[in-house]
Design a protein around this ligand. Structure first.
Ligand SMILES: [Zn+2]
Length: 141
């Protein structure tokens, strides 16, 4: 595990994701989700899902967190954390795996959390194998 991925940092990410989850706008699914990204700069960026009456126009918690990170000028994700409710393991949807991959590496840890905390930690490479990314377009940073 990277140094940045210590228990204290994960706890801070979980707190940020939970705080964002509490603000989720999810009147249709009633399934609030929170996400937190640890930037290479050490800052934590959180987001929640924001649904819409025109369903496809809603956005996921991970996407909201990416927007906050990019707006702050950060471009590199060092760790990802997602939190939801219920007992089933929650993981980023397919679209968000692709969005996260744009700013993360194959070995970037992704912490999947439930009400009790971290349930499982995987890597971006495990979530999105054979990913199509910036390297395919010759624009890897
Ligand atoms: Zn998603």
């Amino acid at each position: 595990m990277p140094e940045s991925d210590g228990a204290e940092k994960i706890a801070a990410m979980l707190a940020a994701a939970r705080a964002a989850m509490a603000q989720a706008y999810a009147p249709y699914s009633r399934f609030p989700v929170g996400a937190a990204l640890l930037g290479a700069n050490g800052k934590i960026y959180a987001g929640c899902n924001v649904e819409n009456a025109a369903y496809p126009q809603g956005c996921c918690a991970e996407t909201s967190a990416i927007s906050a990170m990019i707006a702050d000028g950060e471009r590199q994700i060092r760790a990802v954390l997602v939190v939801g409710q219920g007992t089933a393991l929650i993981a980023p949807c397919g679209g968000c795996r692709q969005r996260l991959n744009e700013f993360a590496a194959a070995n970037t840890p992704v912490h999947l959390c439930g009400p009790q905390g971290v349930m499982q930690t995987v890597t971006m490479g495990a979530l999105l194998p054979y990913a199509f990314g910036p390297q395919n377009l010759g624009s890897a940073s």
